[in-house]
Design a protein around this ligand. Structure first.
Ligand code: SF4
Ligand code: SF4
Length: 476
């Protein structure tokens, strides 16, 4: 049988995520896991903050030299500070519908699960959910829906996005809707772009084609190539920002890691822009799903190392962690490279308005971090982070290569910090508990002088006062 060749510029999934290249990479990483000279060279290259290839990053992931691993963690922390400062952007998932015709073995929404309650929000119910989210203080949502052309056709998703953007309750509004729906056609992506979505997020789940086909025995998602090439179609349709992710625990983590970075390299090669975000979910418990059924589960220590390696390999790509992870784990990974987290999340359909009775469980996974958004905001500030509700880039047209060039030049920080302080102030005035308000005042004071441009400082000072008086939605 003719071997499929590796080509990052190819438009065929099996060529840009090439099985043999991944196997060779894993062998190379194993062969060099104690090669001090090579590891030093790779770390030196990573210090230039221009990223690493999948082979180089895989060597760091395999590295067994304790002192070099410590250097890796220090570098990840430094890169995180240089590119993202102290800000952590907050978002919430909004589940629209859990009807799904796919057979994914790791997800409770799979078609054959008869125990889960099936729900689909009407536009009125979406309105209620969005008001509940606005009343918490959220400005940025990620909408989620199963794949079901009858129950959740694209028109339903488009109508829902319109509904979400149209709601302005008190001082609340949702300013950015990211979309996490099944792989689809270029025409559909064009419609999503026209609807004003932020990032189109699609998790690969696993890059191993053979494993992928076993985990997706039925439904449209079972087509590995169609799924893997979806981000290309989205970008060709004009969606500038796409998000990648794998579900760690399904296949072996070094394989997934190499595949993920190869996917990022492919997007960079073909479109001149890498992924906007990378998510790092791990398999977790849910209705009908037992994580121990998947024997590739990751220890927390390995998980931290993966986050650190992704951070140094693609410094300019945002990294997202959800409430699948506990407070403890989230605390440990934030400083290593995470730039966005969800807070106060409900993973059930309609869960923000009313908590579900146990017998009506419609959740995609069990939330490990169950704190309210106010508690999460306070907790971030206790650790000297600035919680940010910023959505400025996409609204200012800073997407795709425009965004990336600012990010690569380290200039995006000039926008992120002022925007973080102003959106935090909005949150404090409109939604925070008195304790969080007080903590917010101290946080803003302690970070204010980190704004380097004197003119920007003046403008921010003025706007912070105006926010107290009722003005909203300032941004750089
Ligand atoms: S992972 Fe997505 S496609 Fe698969 S069953 Fe769950 S909702 Fe459906
Ligand atoms: S300025 Fe842009 S990159 Fe920075 S936090 Fe806001 S949206 Fe994100």
């Amino acid at each position: 049988m003719e071997q499929i060749k590796y080509d990052p510029a190819s438009l065929k999934a099996e060529e840009f995520i090439n099985h043999q290249e991944i196997l060779d990479t894993l062998q190379y990483a194993q062969d060099n896991k104690t090669n001090r000279e090579l590891i030093d060279q790779i770390l030196d290259k990573a210090r230039l903050r221009k990223g690493l290839t999948h082979r180089e990053a895989s060597v760091l992931l395999a590295c067994e030299l304790e002192d070099k691993n410590n250097e890796l963690f220090e570098l990840a922390e430094q890169i995180k500070k240089d590119f993202y400062g102290n800000r952590i952007v907050l978002f919430a998932p909004l589940y629209l519908s859990n009807y799904c015709i796919n057979g994914c073995l790791y997800c409770p929404y799979h078609l054959k699960n008869k125990t889960i309650a099936r729900k689909k929000l009407t536009q009125d119910e979406i309105r209620e959910e969005v008001i509940a989210l606005q009343d918490m203080g959220h400005k940025r949502l990620a909408i989620e829906a199963g794949e079901d052309p009858v129950n959740n056709p694209l028109d339903y998703i488009l109508e829902s996005i319109k509904t979400i953007y149209s709601i302005h309750h008190k001082n609340g509004d949702i300013r950015r809707v990211n979309v996490n729906i099944a792989a689809t056609e270029e025409e559909d992506y064009k419609k999503l772009k026209e609807a004003g979505i932020g990032t189109y997020i699609l998790f690969q789940e696993t890059y191993n084609k053979e494993g992928y086909e076993k985990l997706h025995p039925t439904g449209p998602k079972s087509n590995y190539c169609y799924h893997t090439e979806a981000h290309d179609r989205a970008m060709r349709a004009g969606i500038d920002d796409v998000g990648l992710g794998v579900l760690f625990g399904l296949d072996s983590y070094p394989y997934e890691f190499a595949g993920l970075l190869m996917h990022a390299e492919h997007l960079e090669e073909v479109f001149g822009v890498g992924p906007h975000t990378i998510s790092v979910p791990r398999v977790c418990p849910a209705d009908d799903i037992d994580p121990t059924d998947f024997d590739n589960s990751l220890s927390d220590d390995l998980f931290l190392k993966i986050v650190a390696c992704i951070r140094v390999a693609v410094p300019y790509t945002g990294m997202i962690i959800s409430t699948r992870e506990s407070q403890k784990v989230r605390e440990k990974v934030l400083h290593l490279g995470i730039s966005q987290i969800s807070g106060g999340s409900k993973t059930s359909v309609g869960g923000y308005v009313e908590p579900e009775p146990e017998e009506e469980n419609s959740a995609q996974f069990d939330v490990s971090d169950q704190r309210t958004l106010d508690e999460v905001v306070h907790w971030l500030m206790d650790m000297d982070y600035i919680p940010s509700f910023c959505t400025a880039c996409y609204r200012e047209g800073r997407t795709g290569d425009r965004f990336m060039s600012l990010c690569k030049a380290g200039q995006i920080q000039n926008c992120c910090l002022p925007n973080a302080l102003m959106t935090l102030k909005e949150y404090m005035v409109d939604y925070a508990s008195p304790e969080t308000y007080e903590a917010g005042l101290k946080a803003i004071e302690s970070q204010f002088d980190d704004i380097t441009n004197e003119k920007v400082k003046e403008i921010v000072r003025d706007r912070l006062v105006r926010i107290e008086k009722g003005d909203r939605d300032f941004r750089f």
